[in-house]
Design a protein around this ligand. Structure first.
Ligand SMILES: *[C@@H]1O[C@H](CO)[C@@H](O)[C@H](O)[C@H]1NC(C)=O
Ligand SMILES: *[C@@H]1O[C@H](CO)[C@@H](O)[C@H](O)[C@H]1NC(C)=O
Length: 311
């Protein structure tokens, strides 16, 4: 008898495959709250009624007989995850990540005279577009590049005469690049995944293209003719930039970013290229110390030649 009544009670109730907790992060554009009935009999949406409550307050319902939806104004995006799967017992709720506040949601399903309820808790998981450590490395690498570049420029400016116009040009380019990196960093560090973060990373990565001509001009101030090594260093710089931009393109559309390491690799190569360039200018530049500066080296023989020609 006991067994029978248990069976009878069980059959009057709708049973669910229970999920206690679901988590969302900044990356969830849409959130799905699961609700799976496992013992439907009719498998017919016309005899079903679904109600979703948030913290006890009705936010959504679907009346299968009338094919009518109710949505609370706070969750205009709320919908059944799949109306077609409702007859199979799937009454999961889908809503915009932004509208899905954390809390306890309950799903009530009625099929003719049988009904049941299940509760799922929606939690926010701390997680953002990039891991904190990835963000820190990206930002550190960009500022390392800026420091290495400035150091190189300072050495050159101290040792060699530079046409003021060129000097100003390089300083302006450097300031633009630094300003972009600072603004980019401010936008990028926010714990979100939105247009701001994306443009922040863009401002960190994309303007680094300035460094290529900058490096070319700086080498030109030190060496009268550019050697193979300087071209190799500029090539390395370009390679790093291309990798960083490819990484940026891959990251900007994915949350969480699948290829954050590509951006890091690109920026690291750029930093290495800058470090090697700094060392090269420092070592080769001092070897050339005794020789006349490029500017004079060109002028003087020219004057001599003129003198000879006049004679
Ligand atoms: C959030 O997104 C992740 C990854 O796409 C997914 O596994 C998870 O179920 C989503 N969370 C919710 C509540 O929908
Ligand atoms: C949801 O319910 C669980 C268990 O009953 C409780 O521990 C938790 O605090 C509730 N969450 C909210 C946001 O009310």
């Amino acid at each position: 008898m006991c067994q029978f009544s248990f069976f009878f009670l069980g059959s009057a109730q709708l049973m669910f495959s229970v999920t206690d907790v679901v988590e969302k992060t900044e990356c969830n554009k849409t959130v799905i709250l699961p609700c799976h009935v496992i013992n439907l009999k009719g498998n017919n949406a016309n005899v079903m009624f679904v109600t979703w409550k948030k913290q006890g307050k009705r936010i959504f319902s679907f009346d299968g007989a009338r094919q009518q939806f109710y949505r609370d104004p706070t969750v205009p995006s709320a919908n059944l995850a799949s109306l077609a799967d409702l007859p199979k017992g799937i009454a999961s709720l889908m809503l915009d990540g932004a509208e899905a506040a954390v809390g306890n949601y309950s799903c009530e399903v009625t099929e003719l005279n049988r009904e049941g309820e299940t509760t799922v808790e929606l939690r926010q998981r701390i997680g953002s577009w990039f891991l904190l450590v990835e963000k820190a490395i990206i930002i550190a690498l960009v500022f390392l590049v800026i420091i290495l570049c400035s150091a190189q420029f300072s050495i050159i400016a101290l040792k060699y005469e530079i046409v003021p116009q060129k000097k100003r040009g390089i300083i302006v380019a450097g300031i633009i690049f630094t300003a972009a990196a600072v603004v980019g960093t401010v936008l990028f560090v926010q714990d979100d995944y939105n247009a701001q973060n994306q443009s922040g990373l863009g401002l960190i990565v994309l303007p680094a293209v300035i460094l290529v001509p900058l490096q070319y001009f700086m080498f030109g101030m030190v060496f009268d003719s550019l050697q193979q090594a300087t071209f190799a260093l500029i090539g390395l710089q370009i390679l790093g930039y291309i990798i960083a931009v490819v990484g940026f393109a891959l990251c900007v559309s994915a949350c969480p970013p699948l290829h954050g390491s590509v951006v890091i690799a690109g920026l690291a190569i750029m930093a290495i290229a800058n470090l090697l360039s700094l060392a090269y200018v420092f070592i080769m530049g001092s070897r050339m110390k005794d020789r006349p500066r490029p500017g004079k080296a060109v002028e003087e023989p020219l004057n001599d030649a003129k003198g000879v020609m006049l004679e």
